[in-house]
Design a protein around this ligand. Structure first.
Ligand code: MG
Length: 261
């Protein structure tokens, strides 16, 4: 992975070469720093302003693609005219087009059952939040004590195991979060390709977590992938940015580039 700002010149020429650009932005850890309580991750006024300005360019489209529910993502970003993808793309809103990945109708009551079991078994452990995101569930444990984390994982595993074996659900993990999803073949990478469609735009994807690597993979040879965080060998993106401050700087440079062309 290359440090983006050391290769900005080359990348900017590539971006200029394309008449259209489709910018895909993850939310938590990419646009806003990771916080203890998910509801506290607010978009800064400056980032919001840059995204709005970028979106006003006819040659540039922007999609926000998050593990949060669609409703939550839209509420937090609250900029009109963007494409929004929630639950890792299980639900997408692109203009008037709404795509909801069809899942087995019985998934919902099953998720509700699992939610109550998780809440019941985890209620003795301080700092755990079980979040209902409609199509998926999240167990956040950033605020839990270090020595309780192994227990949280083992309770989670025990409750989910039979449903994974029966292939009705699957689990994924991110930064201090465990997730339960319906067992459909779908991830951020497939969502990105669905949003992109057949247009000739250059896709640029920025994300900070394991779930974003599906998108990095999907764009290999087709677009530009940017990881936010400490570069690790296991993460295969074209470039990296050190933190969310640098994401803002990159977006600002994109804006300057568009102003010049
Ligand atoms: Mg993220």
């Amino acid at each position: 992975m290359k440090y983006l700002f050391s290769h900005w010149k080359k990348l900017s020429l590539k971006i200029k070469d394309f008449r259209r650009v489709f910018l895909f932005l993850d939310y938590d850890g990419t646009l806003t720093p990771i916080v203890s309580r998910p509801e506290d991750a607010r978009l800064s006024t400056s980032v919001k302003k840059i995204i709005k300005e970028l979106n006003s360019y006819p040659g540039l489209s922007i999609a926000i693609i998050s593990g949060r529910s669609l409703k939550d993502t839209k509420k937090l970003v609250s900029i009109r005219g963007l494409v929004y993808a929630g639950n890792h793309g299980l639900e997408i809103e692109q203009g008037n087009r709404k795509i909801k990945r069809s899942i087995e109708p019985s998934s919902r009551p099953l998720l509700e059952n699992i939610q109550s079991s998780l809440e019941d078994k985890l209620k003795g452990i301080k700092g755990v939040i079980v979040e209902d995101k409609g199509l998926t569930l999240s167990v956040h444990f950033r605020m839990a004590r270090l020595e309780h984390r192994a227990r949280i994982r083992s309770i989670f595993k025990k409750i989910l195991k039979p449903h994974i074996t029966s292939q009705r659900l699957k689990v994924t993990s991110g930064k201090m979060v465990l997730e339960v999803r319906p067992a459909v073949e779908w991830h951020k990478g497939m969502a990105v390709l669905a949003i992109l469609g057949r247009g000739k735009a250059l896709p640029i994807y920025i994300g900070d977590d394991v779930t974003d690597t599906d998108a990095f993979r999907a764009l290999k040879g087709k677009g530009v992938s940017i990881f936010v965080g400490k570069p690790e060998k296991s993460i295969k993106a074209d470039y990296y940015l050190k933190d969310t401050k640098e994401t803002e700087l990159f977006l600002k440079q994109m804006l300057d580039l568009l102003c010049l062309t």
